[in-house]
Design a protein around this ligand. Structure first.
Ligand code: SF4
Length: 466
């Protein structure tokens, strides 16, 4: 792995978190040593795969032992509106012979086989630990294969050992910047072409936002990378503006595209009603500043007014059933506060929200919404979470999939709001779905049954079957 690329990513100038560190800390990078016993949260390869696999029409070939692909394939529900190539797991499945003799020839053959059988517009080639350690040069293989087969073969050099998932996201961004973006020209361009960066279309969330943009006449030039096609990403350098979706993961793409192609960008979120509206306003203003029709601002305001009215009306329907119910929100980043207002509007009391991955601004917003006494949780051990749930300090836990077992053990409803979620929570419709799912979880009769004493502890005798 080229060390200069890793250091470059660590020096990302647009990342406020990174810039706030001392020179010494910055050199150490963005990775934290995992606490023994805690799940480490994915390696750099995993992060790169998460970031790029949503490009749906290309083949994603993992060069490494079978477990790397097995570990990373389909660990998120990124959806496609057409092409299915991204759903096929391709790997060189390296074995001991490759380790002894090198895996480059094997890799080259695998690329040939994929191109002949699947004919994708490009092959993304992922480096993993074992071939990186034995010195397989995937960049040289990608170059030779591109020349030989006349098809872009993109090296994604992020072997697991260089760091964590977040670093892998950024290295994936570097691969796009170095080998994909700007290599093709779009068939058409308009004054409202927009790039959306860092949105992965998990559970179809992009499709809850796209209809709104369609109504405003805004064209998504490329979504990097949810439901994306190779051509769209390759020609995304002609967009007029870009939105970086609530994530520092691909900030390097946004910044470098501004430097190289003059595309202005802002960071926004599609979670929460007020945030969705703010994002639409920012998109309209940026596009108008770049030559889009001026009435776009007015039309955006009209759409926001209508959508907000409908969303609040729909959410308030749940008020009688949800009033006073206590929710514990363990997520992070902007979601730590952006869904809080919708929860409060539905009558829920937020007893705590995690701020582990939140910025100072995020924390300020939490205090604005929940008051000075807002319970902000930096780290919460599963034991503490269990205690809170068991002692009925919360009626529902909203968190990532890993926490669900704590909730189930405490016999408390749980809703997955992180990346493995099965429901789309983006946009106005997403907030309505969120509240309706909370209602469904809280009123699920299974929890009442679970909390009742077991039949064998209450004197009830089971009749033996004869
Ligand atoms: S840490 Fe290395 S071996 Fe493990 S999954 Fe990641 S790339 Fe593969």
């Amino acid at each position: 792995m080229g060390t200069p690329k890793v250091s470059e990513v660590f020096q990302e100038t647009a990342c406020g978190h990174n810039q706030a560190k001392s020179e010494k800390d910055r050199k150490k990078g963005c990775t934290k040593v995992a606490t023994p016993g805690a799940a480490a949260g994915g390696c750099a390869f995993d992060g790169a795969k998460i970031a790029l696999q949503p490009i749906v029409d290309v083949a994603h070939l993992v060069h490494g032992p079978i477990a790397c692909e097995g570990n990373s394939w389909d660990n998120r529900s990124a959806l496609s509106s057409g092409a299915r190539t991204y759903r096929t797991g391709f790997t060189t499945d390296m074995n001991e012979m490759d380790v002894v003799y090198g895996g480059e020839k094997h890799l080259f053959k695998a690329i040939r086989q994929i191109i002949e059988r699947f004919d994708p517009p490009a092959v993304f080639l992922y480096q993993t630990c074992v071939p990186a350690i034995i010195g397989d040069d995937i960049e040289a293989v990608a170059k030779a294969a591109t020349e030989k087969f006349g098809r872009p073969v993109i090296p994604v050099n992020a072997p697991g050992f260089v760091g964590g998932k977040n670093l892998g996201n950024k290295l994936a961004g570097e691969a796009l910047l170095d080998h994909v973006i700007g290599t093709m020209e779009p068939e058409v361009t308009t004054s409202t072409d927009l790039n959306i960066i860092g949105e992965y279309n998990l559970s179809g969330e992009l499709w809850q936002v796209k209809p709104l943009l369609d109504r405003l006449g805004i064209r998504i030039s490329a979504c990097i990378s949810g439901d994306a096609r190779y051509r769209e990403v390759a020609s995304s350098h002609r967009a007029r503006a870009a939105m970086l979706v609530c994530s520092k993961a691909m900030i390097n793409i946004a910044r470098k595209m501004e430097e190289r192609y003059g595309i202005p960008w802002f960071e926004g979120s599609f979670y929460g009603i007020s945030d969705m509206s703010a994002s639409l306003r920012n998109i309209a203003a940026l596009l108008v500043s770049r030559g889009a029709p001026e009435d776009l601002v007015e039309r955006t305001e009209a759409l926001i007014a209508q959508e907000e009215k409908e969303a609040w009306a729909s959410i308030s329907r749940y008020k009688p059933a949800l009033a006073g119910k206590r929710a514990l929100l363990i997520t992070g980043g902007v979601k730590s506060w952006s869904v809080v207002s919708a929860l409060m509007e539905a009558g829920l009391v937020v007893v705590g929200t995690s701020v582990k991955k939140s910025t100072a601004e995020d924390k300020e917003r939490i205090m604005e919404l929940m008051g000075e006494d807002a319970h902000m949780i930096d780290t919460m051990t599963p034991r503490e979470m269990y205690r809170m749930l068991k002692e009925a300090e919360a009626d529902i836990l909203m968190a990532g999939g890993r926490s669900q077992f704590v909730a189930l053990k405490a016999k408390v409803p749980f809703l997955d709001v992180n990346q493995e979620r099965r429901f789309a929570f983006a946009g106005y419709k997403g907030m309505e779905t969120l509240i309706s799912e909370i209602h469904r979880a809280l009123t699920n009769p299974i929890f009442q049954t679970l909390r009742e004493p077991a039949p064998w502890t209450s004197g009830c005798r089971l009749t033996p079957l004869v």
